[in-house]
Design a protein around this ligand. Structure first.
Ligand code: HAM
Length: 490
């Protein structure tokens, strides 16, 4: 009794601060969503908090990936596995949550990802953490933490998983999206930049996408970038009023991002802005020139895009993006990346050049569906196992397992008792062979084997069943081929 009382009071003293923290967390994490001005459509959707818990849908911008879409994802996963093998990448899995500071120091304040999109909160232990909005920061952290700098270079790492960005959801833009990342550490040579672009091309073509365009640019070393930013600020400063509000802020926080602003009025001003190419340091110029030579050698088509700067601060020199085009001017960014030669050092590691890219898997799927990529048919069961009666039901489990061990795919509906409905199920899957196990067969250790193509049936002992099935399947395949051949001959 006393013990009970004690634990109850302990529990109380534990929950009180926890509640406080929870309120704090709510307050913190709610700041951005609540501060955001609701669109008329959104404002109509305001729901009482207690009802919100009952809503049978995931949070906005997140979704289920249903079985019907899985074959597309599977095809992508297979292509990624092949690429890892072909180019010598080893997989690394990283936590979905990291300390917020890691992202701020890697991606940089003044970027949309940090200023607007990151999901951050304070844990019950008072740690400031964030759901990863991208992989590179966590990857750099892991590289340093596990002392990978002592490993033979280059170190090639593959990572994949969900990422979280509080963006305005639309088709192809989700608050939870999935990426596949390929990153190489410890190599400065531009041949690596070309190889990584080649890898990206290999994956997208392996999954059946055709109209692909690479856009490349060089944003120089950190120093030449700083110098160029000063030039840009001078250029835009006197026409500041003509820029959108975001770009006016960018003038202070991240002037380079003005170059890829999608607002018409900003794009107009960018046209007359000084070009980065004219202010690049000599080493970056040489690096970029070599990259182009390598890409030409690989016969990879690319467009040099002086406006391409990427939205993450850690990039230096080569940056690139992969687009799919539909011939009517619509472009979708399927992936992007570049060099980040200073990131490891800036996080406290040794100076380590690095290059990598991320492919947006959700967008790859959408593009495969839009362009009607044909998927390879997975092998389907050609044998159906039906059972009748309690003993037969029990024995059919053993038959199922035996066939499985012998590499025969079997469909069944163990939960059904009526033979009629099981035969209907066999017809539905287009089975070539139906096995019927009744009370008698269960006692005799036999099975009735029905050839669904010819309609004939025979009783087979269970120890000969595998051979008998294979014989019928082989025979039926020949019939199908023969039928097709005669059809063609007609
Ligand atoms: P990123 O350009 O931010 O790069 O993202 C890479 C790709 O992820 C995009 O091109 C796009 O296909 C997809 N993606 C991004 N945001 C969303 C979203 N909200 N919904 C659906 N798809 C999205 C990076 O994240 C870098 N960390 C890549 C990298 C790896 N750089 C070096 N190594």
């Amino acid at each position: 009794m006393i013990a009970k009382k004690k634990s109850a009071s302990q529990a109380k003293s534990k929950t009180a601060p926890a509640k406080k923290v929870a309120r704090k967390v709510e307050k913190k994490s709610a700041v951005k969503p609540v501060a955001k001005k609701a669109t008329p459509k959104e404002s109509k959707k305001v729901i009482a908090p207690e009802k919100e818990v009952l809503m049978m849908q995931p949070p906005r911008g997140m979704r289920d990936i249903l079985p019907v879409d899985q074959p597309y994802w599977e095809r992508i996963r297979k292509a990624l596995a092949v690429a890892c093998q072909e180019y010598g990448f080893n997989r690394i899995d990283l936590p979905a949550l990291e300390y917020t500071n890691l992202f701020i120091r890697s991606i940089g304040e003044g970027t949309d990802v940090i200023d607007k999109e990151i999901y951050s909160f304070v844990t019950k232990g008072n740690d400031k953490v964030s759901l990863r909005p991208e992989m590179t920061a966590g990857l750099a952290r892991a590289y340093i933490q596990h002392g990978m700098s002592v490993l033979p270079k280059p170190i090639r790492l593959f990572s994949t998983g969900p990422l979280y960005r509080y963006e305005r959801p639309q088709e192809g833009r989700y608050r939870e999206h999935f990426q596949a990342n390929f990153d190489v550490f410890g190599e400065n040579d531009p041949i690596l930049d070309a190889q990584i672009i080649h890898l990206a091309q290999r994956v997208v073509s392996q999954i059946g996408l055709k109209n692909i365009e690479f856009r490349i640019n060089s944003i120089g070393t950190a120093e030449s970038r700083r110098d160029y930013e000063k030039i840009l600020v001078r250029h835009f400063e006197f026409q500041k009023q003509k820029l959108c509000q975001d770009c006016r802020n960018r003038l202070v926080t991240n002037p380079l991002r003005i170059l890829d602003c999608k607002e018409d009025k900003c794009a107009q001003l960018v046209m007359t802005a000084p070009k980065f190419a004219d202010h690049l340091d000599q080493e970056s110029k040489n690096h970029f020139k070599s990259l182009q030579e390598y890409l030409n050698e690989l016969e990879i088509k690319y467009v040099i895009d002086p406006q391409l700067v990427r939205g993450l601060d850690y990039y230096t020199r080569t940056v690139f993006e992969i687009y799919s085009t539909d011939g009517e001017g619509r472009k979708t960014a399927l992936g992007g990346g570049g060099r980040y030669d200073k990131l490891i050092q800036s996080l406290g590691g040794e100076e380590t050049p690095a290059i990598g890219f991320g492919l947006g898997m959700d967008r790859l799927v959408l593009e495969m569906q839009r362009t009607q990529v044909k998927l390879h048919q997975e092998a389907k069961p050609r044998v159906f196992l039906a059972q009748l009666g309690d003993l037969a039901k029990k024995k059919s489990l053993r038959v199922f397992s035996e066939l499985q061990k012998n590499g025969i795919l079997v469909a069944e509906s163990f939960g059904r008792g009526s033979l009629k409905s099981q035969m209907r199920a066999a017809n539905r899957i287009g089975a070539d062979v139906t096995l019927i196990l009744g009370q008698k067969e269960a006692l005799d250790e036999t099975v009735i084997l029905k050839d669904m193509v010819s309609g004939t049936q025979e009783t087979v002992t269970q120890d000969k069943l595998v051979i008998a099935i294979k014989k019928v399947l082989k025979g039926n395949q020949a019939v199908v081929i023969k039928k097709d051949a005669s059809f063609e001959a007609e």
